[in-house]
Design a protein around this ligand. Structure first.
Ligand code: VG1
Ligand code: CO
Length: 542
């Protein structure tokens, strides 16, 4: 029986960088999640007979919203639902299932790296038939529906038991519960030389992977420990928990500090990595070295051909605008295309679909390729392992050789979190107002060569996205970028991205702080960060 429930629109359901993210109690308001799911089902304009994939990162409230989404999709006439067992699917695994099963799309429940639990964050996003996050045209249509919605449809019957793999009928809808790991693990076996990695591990290559109590635990146990033969204990924090063990499942030097300490200490294994809440981010470390995500993107692009899935070479590279230019140097030297997009994986979809690029990355620990349409944490880990196995060198040797060949882009991102929203918006407005007069201005030894507010015209469909971040470029190519986060749930998060290129190998050993000192001070002068936010220091430096 289909029940039609009367509802009122909420005025705050505009999807951000990656879907709708709010605090759990906010999502628990009556009809809040239902409204958004109905808006997705309306905005997605599914053809009769379509399938949808549904899964999430397992955080608090995931199980309950999954069941609601199943009952609503069934009530709205979706022919088939493919759901991860226990409601679990990592974001890249969901993307893979959508593609593999030729589904019309997927509903992914995740707030990614944001903390979970009853007072933590929750999120819902929609992915389209190519497996990637809905592009702005679709998220706009969903948003418009949230503003006019008056009712939603839900099946009276309860959703099936999600813990049992198999197919059942719910009303007219077929619900298939699938093993969340199996298809993803097979895809990884197609892309990478598992025999070679396994042999390297047998010969003594040591590693640790920190799943941060989040969704990648089962994937990493299966792939790293079972299929690649790494000893049990290689995967740390591998059992997903609803509140991520009380932690913050964000793989960076602040939130994955125990792994970083291990990798910097005397008992460090050869390779270390971590992933985030929904499995799409990665952090890469070697003994004594943290590889910045922008460098990792460049190294992976330069070496991808060493893995069977990319043996033909790569068509091009895309990076988000704030990501460092390290990948540009690889593209330039190899004579392949380099595309600079706004922040957020949804902008890579068209480039991947059109075959213009093979590898994409973001400075926020996101790397991926055309194998799915999301960034993919374990994919990056496996590509690194494949490269290590082929080259027989350490992480640090590979990175240093890369810098020697291409130059080093010193890079850091400074996050000012939970800043007063109005103050943060004024800071950005004020910067924008001064852009026209910025070129030629001198700050210490730095002279501004260009300043703009980044806008992007998609080369495939011609759509334009404006206001994507203020760039201040100095002669010599150093750069400061200011933008506001589109994923935070409290106040505003100001992100300041600082970059300096250093071609000279003799100067590749500076500390990042030292290398970027003048630029960091200049960021405060130009952005008036202290004055406008009242903050002396960023909350997180990555
Ligand atoms: C952040 C990152 C962005 C990433 C997005 C989603 O967005 O900067 O690069 O694509 O999170 O990642 P923002 O708007 O807060 O800067 V995930 O792993 O949270 O889905
Ligand atoms: Co994520």
């Amino acid at each position: 029986m289909i029940r039609t429930v009367a509802t009122q629109p909420f005025d705050d359901q505009k999807p951000g960088t990656s879907g709708l993210r709010k605090k759990v109690p906010h999502f628990q308001q009556p009809n809040y999640a239902e409204n958004f799911i109905q808006a997705i089902l309306d905005g997605a304009k599914l053809e009769p007979g379509s399938s949808l994939v549904i899964g999430g990162d397992g955080r608090f409230f995931n199980a309950s919203v999954i069941r609601t989404a199943i009952r609503m999709a069934a009530a709205n006439g979706v022919a088939k639902l493919i759901v991860g067992r226990g409601g679990l699917l990592s974001t890249p695994a969901a993307s893979n299932l959508i593609r593999k099963r030729k589904a019309a799309g997927g509903i992914v429940l995740s707030a990614s790296h944001n903390p979970g639990g009853p007072d933590g964050d929750f999120g819902i996003k929609y992915n389209i038939a190519n497996g990637g996050p809905a592009p702005e045209g679709v998220t706009e249509a969903i948003f418009r529906r949230t503003r006019e919605i008056r009712e939603y449809k839900i099946l009276e019957e309860d959703a099936p038991d999600l813990s049992i793999v198999g197919t059942t009928m719910l009303g007219e809808t077929e619900v298939e519960i699938v093993d969340p790991v199996a298809d993803y693990a097979s895809l990884m076996e197609e892309l990478f030389d598992f025999a070679k990695i396994r042999a390297a591990i047998e010969k003594g290559l040591t590693l640790r992977f920190d799943a941060m109590h989040a969704v990648t635990g089962p994937y990493a146990h299966e792939i790293l420990e079972r299929r690649l033969g790494a000893p049990v204990g290689t995967v740390l924090n591998g059992t997903p928990s609803e509140d991520f063990g009380g932690g913050h499942p964000d793989p960076n030097v602040v939130w994955a500090a125990p792994l970083v300490d291990l990798m910097m200490g005397p008992t460090a294994p050869d390779f270390g990595a971590a992933s985030d809440g929904d499995g799409d981010r990665n952090m890469i470390l070697g003994r004594g070295i943290v590889v910045t995500p922008s460098d990792s993107l460049a190294v992976l692009a330069a070496n991808a051909h060493l893995a069977p899935g990319y043996a033909r070479g790569i068509a091009g590279i895309a990076r988000s605008m704030p990501t460092s230019g390290a990948a540009d140097r690889v593209a330039h030297k190899r004579g392949i295309g380099l595309y600079e997009t706004p922040t957020g994986w949804k902008f890579f979809g068209n480039l991947l679909d059109a075959g213009k690029v093979t590898i994409c990355g973001e400075e926020s620990a996101g790397t991926g390729s055309d194998h799915v349409r999301e960034k993919d944490g374990l994919w990056a880990v496996l590509l690194w392992l494949n490269i290590l196995a082929e080259r027989g060198q350490s992480v640090s040797e590979i990175v240093r050789e890369h810098w020697a060949e291409f130059g080093r882009n010193y890079y850091q991102r400074h996050d000012y979190e939970e800043v007063d929203k109005a103050a943060a918006e004024e800071l950005m407005d004020n910067l924008r107002d001064r852009l026209a007069s910025m070129a030629g201005q001198r700050f210490g030894t730095l002279v501004v060569s260009e300043a703009d507010d980044f806008s992007y015209k998609d080369p495939v469909d011609g759509s334009v996205s404006t206001g994507q971040g203020v760039r201040i470029v100095f002669s010599g190519g150093s750069r400061i970028v200011f933008r506001l986060s589109g994923t935070g749930t409290v106040g505003a998060t100001l992100r300041v991205y600082i970059e300096r290129f250093e071609p000279e190998p003799a100067r590749h050993d500076l500390s990042v702080e030292e290398a970027l000192r003048e630029l960091t001070e200049t960021a405060d002068v130009i952005g008036e960060i202290r004055k406008r936010t009242g903050r002396d220091q960023p909350d997180v430096r990555t």
